[in-house]
Write a protein that binds this ligand. Structure first.
Ligand SMILES: N[C@@H](CCC(=O)N[C@@H](CS)C(=O)NCC(=O)O)C(=O)O
Length: 256
């Protein structure tokens, strides 16, 4: 029995959907609607005490943290190998997944929240919003919801995160100019992690990711997008697409 609790195919949820579809492992999908704060409901916090998606439940055992879930999926199930076999290749893969988790994703995430969260929270009264925030298990996430919903982040903060996103894109471009996939000769979880947050960038941030400035990244993006596993992950239902799109256009200004 394999159950995956995830949100729309974006960011950390997309990361795990990509791996599970590439691997071809059958699973039961449970959509957790972040726009309705379902991730903070008691039934879900019992599964992941952090109140965040994705979460995998395998024969009753819970695995959280998207990068750990992906390594677990690759280790525990049959199917194409998603990690290089040699120790150096595997280390290179982990350097990428760590970089994506610790540097690239946080920078992009703060920018996204600043532009998108009010599309979710504006329908609530201040009292309703505080009641929702009070249920969030992590103090850091409480602060992120509250700041994004109210005054937002400062121009200096947004510009610094924008700089970090540009550094991340340049790092990908440099690597992909040297090797076809991010961890070397073969597709791996390094590509999965990186694609999960750059999937929409050629469309949303064409000033940053385009054929002239980042030709190798664009070529990689085309090869990634052509993979059946990637297409299957991106085709997962997305009931919140409209709200997301409304925020995405606003993000483009800081990411150029
Ligand atoms: N380190 C965690 C982060 C998970 C995470 O940030 N999930 C986001 C969605 S991409 C979430 O659940 N956000 C809603 C919230 O924090 O309230 C992982 O990699 O799985």
């Amino acid at each position: 029995m394999l159950d995956l609790y995830h949100a729309e195919p974006a960011a950390n949820s997309l990361k795990v959907l990509l791996a599970i579809k590439e691997k071809g492992v059958p699973f039961t999908s449970h959509f957790v609607n972040l726009h309705e704060f379902q991730q903070h409901e008691p039934w879900f916090v019992k599964i992941n005490p952090n109140g965040q998606v994705p979460a995998l439940v395998h024969d009753g055992k819970v695995i959280t943290e998207s990068t750990v879930i992906n390594e677990y999926l690759d280790e525990a199930f049959e199917g194409p190998l998603l990690r290089p076999v040699d120790p150096y290749g595997r280390a290179r893969m982990r350097i990428w997944t760590k970089f994506v988790d610790e540097y690239f994703t946080p920078a992009l995430s703060f920018i996204a929240w600043h532009h998108m969260i009010r599309n979710i929270t504006d329908k609530l009264t201040p009292e309703e919003l505080e009641a929702k925030i009070a249920r969030i298990p992590l103090k850091e996430q409480q602060d992120k919801w509250r700041t994004s919903a109210r005054q937002g982040y400062t121009r200096e903060q947004l510009e610094e995160w924008g700089r970090q996103v540009r550094v991340s894109i340049q790092r990908m471009e440099k690597e992909l100019a040297e090797t076809p996939w991010l961890a070397g000769a073969a597709f791996s979880l390094a590509d999965v992690s990186s694609f999960a947050i750059t999937a929409g960038m050629p469309r949303v941030s064409p000033n940053l990711v385009n054929a002239k400035d980042t030709p190798h990244l664009m070529d990689w993006h085309g090869r990634m997008s052509a993979r059946p596993g990637v297409q299957a992950a991106l085709a997962m239902p997305n009931p919140v697409r409209e709200t997301m799109e409304a925020g995405r256009s606003k993000m483009a200004s800081i990411l150029s």
